[in-house]
Write a new protein. Sequence first.
Length: 73
Amino acid sequence: EENGVSQPDIDSLKEAIEQDSSIISEDSKEYGLAVESWLQVMLSKAVETSWNIELGVASSLLATALNGFYGWF
């Protein structure tokens, strides 16, 4: 929310994480299909400027947040 991600987008991410929870492996350090799809939507929003953030900043912000969530620093 602090970076302008809307509540519906946050809710969609929560759903994507839940959908992918059974396939995420600590060793692979790869997002599941649902989270990847969510990332694509968010990056599209950055390109279209419907999310008021630059694409490079958005990409870094989302990857850092998700890697931190999964503990993949």
